[in-house]
Design a protein around this ligand. Sequence first.
Ligand code: GLU
Length: 445
Amino acid sequence: MTKKVLRFAPSPTGYLHIGNIRTALFNYLQAKKLGAEFILRLDDTDSERSSQHFIDQIKRDLDWLGINWDRIEQQSLRIERYREVLTKLENQNMVYECFETSSELEIKRKKQQKRGLPPVYDREGLKLSEAEKDALRNELEGHWRFLLSGENVTWQDEISGEINVRTSVVSDPILVKGNGQFLYTLASVIDDSDFGVTNVVRGIDHLTNTAVQIEIFRNLSAVVPVFGHHSLIVDSSGENFSKRTGSLSIKSLRESGIEPGAIVSKLVSLGTGDGINLKNNINEFIQKFSLSKYSTAPVRFEKEVLATVSRKLLSSLGIDEISGLLSSIGVPNEMKEDFWIMAKDNIDAKEELADIWNLCKDGVNKPVIAPEDEKFIKLAISLIGEYPREKDSWQKLTEELKTLTGRKGKDLFMPLRCFLTGKKDGPDMKKLFPLMQKIQKPGSS
Ligand code: GLU
């Protein structure tokens, strides 16, 4: 059996967003499921818009999500190879040089649209004689188009079923721009063929590209990969996500404290009939992953849901999964378990754990005491024993205060919480109080 190869091929022209990550995730999980090689391919032939900054960020985002690649390929380093293949296609008369400027092309399109015709390139370039081309070359940089067959291209899509695209309704694609820049259409086919890519999973917005690329694969006598086109994610107003909106960039989600496992868990279930299955480790999704489960209809994604999923995932983490982080913020081994049980349901993000630990270690910075509670708190302070405390120290303290003052319910508990934590809400005091090593007395800070 031939080795399977998959790839994720972002253009480093912006930050990855939730839509790109869905594609990355599908390719990664499918690669792992098939025991395939997984390539990170950087589609960076547009030197003006691509940057090292975005390359670094893409790697960081994927790494953070647990999407590991076996090797990296970079299109900008393969231009010689693309030139070689272009010459081959030229010798086969499968590409032709054109000289229209973009504004001329725009005028042509508008005229066609006015006449109710599809805006397909009229192949004027193909009619130019050698002498005419020579003359044009003195003034303009020519661009190169691929000559489509105009026939029906059909394939069995792993997600969308049988697809048919007649390439007569598609403009001959530009492969190389006037400035010499190789465009994605050809570069991608050459890479997929050279790297032995067997399966391509990408967005349904690439359907026409796929038909065009299948024709190029065939002209190069290359093996056509198996394709799967997934539906696109839309935001709550039904709009597609764009890389440039930044609203749902992985970077911003990370910075807002969302757990990577929450993003992965949400994306794996999105567009299937399955409920969300929370997993902290991406590789736990490999075994049950199946492209055929995903619907072809656009899927709505709401950012707010992620915060809830992230909170749930956090609170489901076992002590082994959080132990490293607890060490890094200074929680001693023997306290980790009790600390985690106390804190886990009270955090939106891991970053908040350090503050909770500081509260345990040093007490609150500013105890809050209402004037009418001053006497009550004084009494409480006289009853609070030294650390270490018993597991039931909170119950004992509050029972004693209840007996001595007659206070109960909110009147009993709220002033104590405000005094000990500075806030009206927070972790269960029954679990927090035994872990508090220092109590800040009024005026002691
Ligand atoms: N660079 C292309 C994109 O980001 C890759 C598409 C493909 O997977 O072939 O849309």
